[in-house]
Every structure is written in C-alpha cells, then in structure tokens.
Design a binder for this molecule. Structure first.
Ligand SMILES: Cc1ncc(C[n+]2csc(CCOP(=O)(O)OP(=O)(O)O)c2C)c(N)n1
Ligand SMILES: [Mg+2]
Length: 497
C-alpha cells in the first residue's frame, strides 16, 4: 500500500556515520551473500531497500523484511549465503526463513516428481499457519532446534551529529531555512512570555517549557507533509504545536483557559491539539500516548493513505510498559511510524544515565528489529535529515523505526522546579550549543540574511506573541455548561446504568 514514489520527493542521501558493534560470527547458517545477489538499493537508506515487485510469496515468513533487505525472489533467497547478515534479519528470523525455504524447495521437488493423482495435500508451513481445522488459528513456525551457539549479530546504527549538514544538501531553499528560524524564535519568544504570564497568574495549573528543544520540533515538522502526516507528543507540547502551524493566539488562549483556545480552554498547557493540522496532542500521562501513536499509524495504513505518524516521547516514557506495547504492535503490523525519543537528559529531576541500565536509548528499538538512529537535537538540520531518512526510507515503506534525539531543556521540569539537581556549569555549557544561535550563525555565514534581517524576524516573533497575549486576555472563559461538553460517555456502560 505504501507507494515507493514518495509524495515528499526524494532527497539526496548525504553521508551518515554509523556506530557499528561488529562481532565475528562464529556460527552461520551459510556464508556471505552470493555475488549474483542484487545489492540493496542504496538510495533507499542505510538499513532498508524497497522493491516495487517481489517474487516472494506473500505468505512467506518475513517476506517484507526480506524485501527491505533486497531479496526479491525465492531464487535470490536461495543464493543468500548468510541470512542473518541481512539487515533486519536476526538469527531467530534467519532460522525460520531457512526452514520455510527448505520446505518450499522440498515441496517443489516433490511436486515435480509425484504422480498428480496420488499426491497427498498437506498443510504447508509456508501458508502462514492457515490450518485446515476451523478456529485453530495460525501455527508457529519458530524452530525449537536450538543452534549450537553462541549466536552473534552485527548491530549498526546511523548517527546524525551537529554541524554535518548544510541546507542545500538537504534540498532546503534559503526561504525554508529562514522559516525554520522564524519558527524556532516564535517558540522561544512564546515560551519566555508563558513564564511571565504564569507569574502574573494568567496561566495556572501545569506549565512545562520546551525552551532549548526547539530544533527537534522545527526540524521534524519540516521533514513531513504538514496536514497529512500526523504527530503525537507528550505534555511538553507548546513548541510542537507552534511548529505544526498552530496559531499563537489560539495556543495562548488555551493556556489562559479561554474558550477560543485549541481545546476550548479545557485542556491547558498539556493538551494542545489541532485535528486539521494532524497535531494529535498533547498528552499528560507519561507513555500513555505511545499506543495512540501506533493507533494513528494503524489508521493511516488501514485507510490506505501514504501518511506516517511521528510519535514523540521523553526519555522518561521509555520506562513505561506502553513503550514496549506500542513498539511491538508497530512491528507486527508493520506500521508507518517513527518513534522519536526526545532525550532531554532528565525525567523530572532524574538524569538519564542514573535511570537506565542501557542509557543509549536508540538501541532500545533494536529489540523490535527497528532501524535505529541517534541525532543531535541541537542542530535543526541534523534533526531534519534524520527524520526525513526515517520517514521516507522506513515509515513510508511500512517499516517502523526508532530515533533518539539528544537535546536539553534549559528550564526545570515544570515552572515550579528550580532544577537544583543540575551539575555545576551544566546549563551554561549546554546553552553554548544553542540551536537557535547555531542556525543564526549558519544563516550569516551562508549569506542567507543579514543581522538586521534576523533582528526583524525576532521582532516579528515577539510581536506575534504580544498579539497572542492580547487576544487571550480579551477572549471569554468557557460557559459553565461547557464543562459537560466534549466529554466521552458510554451510555450503555454496565456499571453506570
Ligand atoms: C504514568 C505517569 N507517571 C508519572 C507521571 C509524573 N511525571 C510527569 S512528567 C514525568 C517525567 C517524564 O520525563 P520525560 O519522559 O523524560 O519527559 P520530559 O519531561 O523530560 O519532557 C513524570 C514522572 C505521569 N505524568 N504519568
Ligand atoms: Mg526527559
């Protein structure tokens, strides 16, 4: 269903570095890929290639994974000497595939020699478990013959460090770069004023600021089809909303609890939402929106759209079981989703390296056979390139993946947190990497705008936020009756009737 002709257009694949943990295989099903096996399509990205046509039977185990690894027919498969060396095929799958291939070959040979009148019809292990007995369900094809190990695999992860990418190589026009700056400055100015408005008690309840992380929202949104692809995120959502094109006055009104807010003033800071723009929230419960992200991706697939879901979450959310549930579902349903962990180094006051037994968060996606990458969140171009690669090379091809973006929040967890747990000089050091300053420097160095132009862009951002505050001030609070609107009720729920 996912066309290899991408609506966003192809973009040049710039060099990306690779963190590789290489082991010498001690056992192999067979040896290296045969010379006559077609190499994976290099234009389709590091860990996957896509073929329009495949000779692999649809019911062949892991057919789509094999296609993505460049195996286009049973003949090709027979020529592959080391299945587990193929990207996305670990030892467990390799064993299954080999068993299926052997049976297929055996069946073909038998078919060729048998008398058609006496051939017994038997249930093929290649039929993906379509058993003859009704209601028995699909059979397992997993081998229980345990190979004489140890089993070893080679892992490889793309990286997208800061300062590697220029806008031209990413296919971004000069104007697109200035748009990125406009948007990042709007987020920064908006949130600086949010702090002030909280202190003036215009905003109450929770307020989690995104300051420092703006490159993540802006870089990501510039990598998708706005209004078609969907985004879902956690409660630190102001920046993402603004990056998705939500109007500052609608956002500020929501923070002020006004009826003109994006959630009619009833959602507040943590529940920015705009269905038309496909900004699907704003969710307060840590990790709870990850299965919703899988659901959004499922909807894209079910409706046969060529759209994807970017599912953002914090480092803290990865501890939740919902992370595993969502990834697993995405894997087995082959959903068009990119799981993007915004690792801002802290979950409330707990530093990431104190909370994880494996603090290289991008590696956690490998447990689901996802392609995984690590990007700098302090450079909007690195984020943009990483998200584009994941969207076009994986998600739009029906392959879920995981991206960790390393970033830093300058403020405390919420407005009431003085962030005393930081190390000495830590904030200054991180701020010296600021993504907005980095982009401004880039723009000046490449003569995309003058200093005066940049100041004018900043002034416009400040003015837009001022206007938003004025609009929010003037807007009415919701009517009391609105308390009972937009509430989900299930009238036949057994305990309430
Ligand atoms: C299920 C659940 N447990 C605990 C909380 C309280 N809580 C709110 S934010 C947070 C930390 C989340 O950190 P992270 O996912 O890294 O996001 P960040 O705040 O850094 O953006 C916690 C534990 C919650 N909202 N939901
Ligand atoms: Mg965090």
């Amino acid at each position: 269903m996912h066309s290899p002709l991408l609506p966003g257009g192809c973009f040049p694949v710039a060099a990306t570095s690779r963190v590789a943990l290489t082991f010498v295989p001690r056992i192999q099903l067979s040896n290296a890929m045969a010379d006559d096996t077609p190499a994976p399509d290099s234009s389709a990205g590091p860990n996957g290639s896509v073929h329009e046509e495949t000779g692999l039977p649809d019911d062949f185990p892991h057919a789509s994974r094999l296609e993505q690894a460049g195996v286009t027919s049973l003949e090709h498969l027979q020529a592959v000497e080391s299945l587990e060396d193929l990207t996305g095929i670990g030892p467990a799958y390799a064993e299954e595939i080999k068993t299926a291939l052997d049976s297929r070959v055996e069946a073909t040979e038998e078919g060729a020699t048998a008398d058609s009148g006496t051939t017994e019809k038997r249930s093929s292990p290649l039929s993906n478990g379509q058993s003859e007995g009704a209601g028995e369900g699909p059979a397992t094809h997993q081998s229980i013959d345990i190979p004489d190990g140890p089993l070893e695999e080679t892992l490889s992860f793309e990286t997208y460090p800061a300062d590697r990418y220029g806008h031209e190589a990413l296919g971004l026009s000069d104007e697109a770069v200035l748009d990125m700056l406009r948007n990042m400055l709007l987020q920064r100015r908006f949130e600086n004023r949010c702090r002030q408005m909280y202190q003036r008690q215009k905003i109450s309840g929770f307020l989690h600021l995104y300051i420092g992380q703006e490159a993540v929202s802006t870089g990501s949104v510039h990598a998708i089809e706005l209004g078609e692809d969907s985004i879902i995120t956690a409660y630190r959502d102001h920046g993402m909303g603004l990056a998705m094109g939500m109007a500052p006055d609608v956002c500020m009104s929501e923070l002020f609890g006004k009826a003109t807010g994006c959630s009619k003033g009833k959602g507040g800071s943590m529940h920015f939402f705009d269905r038309e723009k496909r900004m699907m929230g704003g969710h307060a419960i840590v990790g709870a929106h990850l299965p919703l992200g899988a659901g959004l991706a499922f909807a894209h697939k079910y409706r046969d759209e060529d759209n994807v879901c970017l599912c953002f979450f914090g480092d803290g959310a990865m501890h939740q079981g919902a992370f595993r549930e969502a990834c697993n579902l995405a894997g087995i349903y082959e959903l068009p989703i990119v799981f993007i962990c915004e690792n801002n180094q802290y979950a409330m006051g707990t530093a990431v390296d104190r909370a994880f037994s494996k603090p290289d968060l991008y590696k956690h996606g490998y447990n689901f056979d996802f392609p995984c990458s690590l990007a700098s969140g302090m450079d909007v171009f690195s984020v943009n390139k990483a998200v584009r690669d994941h969207v076009e090379n994986y998600a739009r091809q029906g392959r879920p993946s995981m991206l960790e973006v390393r970033t830093y929040r300058y403020q405390g967890h919420s407005i009431t947190d003085p962030a005393e747990y930081r190390g000495e000089g830590e904030l200054d050091q991180r701020q010296s990497e600021d993504a907005i300053n980095r982009l401004q420097d880039y723009i000046l160095e490449h003569n995309l705008a003058t200093k005066a132009d940049i100041e004018a862009i900043d002034d416009t951002a400040k003015q837009r936020v001022k206007d938003a505050i004025a609009a929010a001030n003037e807007a009415p609070f919701p009517d009391e009756d609105a308390l009972y609107e937009d509430i989900y009720t299930q009238e036949d729920f057994p305990f309430t009737t």
